[in-house]
Design a protein around this ligand. Sequence first.
Ligand SMILES: [Zn+2]
Length: 69
Amino acid sequence: MMTPKNSEPKIVTCPSCGGDSVYAPTNAFRPFCSQRCKNMDLGAWASESFRLPTDAPPDDLVFGDAKLQ
Ligand SMILES: [Zn+2]
């Protein structure tokens, strides 16, 4: 089993800005590089979940079609 040296912190790519991010307990926002990037990612998730599809047919259209038959 190989253990990396503590003097060499693991650097990962920040999912938000694509920059270098220190993946270590000293970085409270990992895998993000900063609190700003973490907040940006959470904001993107929130706006994505609030986006609802609006192409559903209205109910009265289906009801009227059924009455004709
Ligand atoms: Zn970042």
